[in-house]
Write a protein that binds this ligand. Sequence first.
Ligand code: PEP
Length: 250
Amino acid sequence: MRKKIVVGNWKMNKTVAEATDLAAAILEKLDDGAVACEVGIAPPFPALTEVGNVIEKSAVGLVAQNCHFEDDGAYTGEVSVNMLASLGCSCVIIGHSERRQYFGETNQTVNLRLKKALDKGMQVIMCVGETLEERESGVTEKVVTEQVREGLKDVSDLGDVVLAYEPVWAIGTGKTATPEQAEEVHASIRSTISDMYGEVAAGQIRVQYGGSVKPSNAAELFAKPNIDGGLIGGASLKADDFVAIVKAAS
Ligand code: PEP
């Protein structure tokens, strides 16, 4: 039985003070005892330390939104896995569609970042998903399969890997994939993992859904057999909504 995982991606939102308040509000509303899924929050880099202090003694994990693939060096504006680990991060999101779309991230750089994070013992959430144009031209499965295969190239152990299927057309747009549309792609991702790593690994890996998940649609999405929780953007910025989504996954 796979444990569901719900992670809030705060993107480039919240000052340090606002982030600290949001983390405290989430903890207050989240009754740890009643939460049966894994929960994480991914504040922007400057707020990691303070948010980490707020959630330190809770079951909520501290997640980073990106990492670089080198240990250190002349990479202005980038952050290494060691730096994130030193702030208490246990998990990092890699290859979010906004990184791919606006910052030139490719399957190859996703693969480099992912391998570096795994080498350092960090859990990784690798995002994949098709654009609207790709869906409309019928190449969703091809694109997503390629992202999974290339992103995981030369990775032998999936123990610390979570995948997130996030159709680009559903991110921040209010358009959610129907549970059936999402389930179809999740099943295809699991079948790709089975081809690459065998049935046992395919049965164990968790595949989150992301794209306009809200309290009103979360339970229906999470009820699908191949959907193992969610990566939540907009709705994770409101404590009530995020906690309602976590409870839907519990
Ligand atoms: C995301 O950024 O990962 C995301 C799914 O955003 P939203 O929930 O706002 O669509």
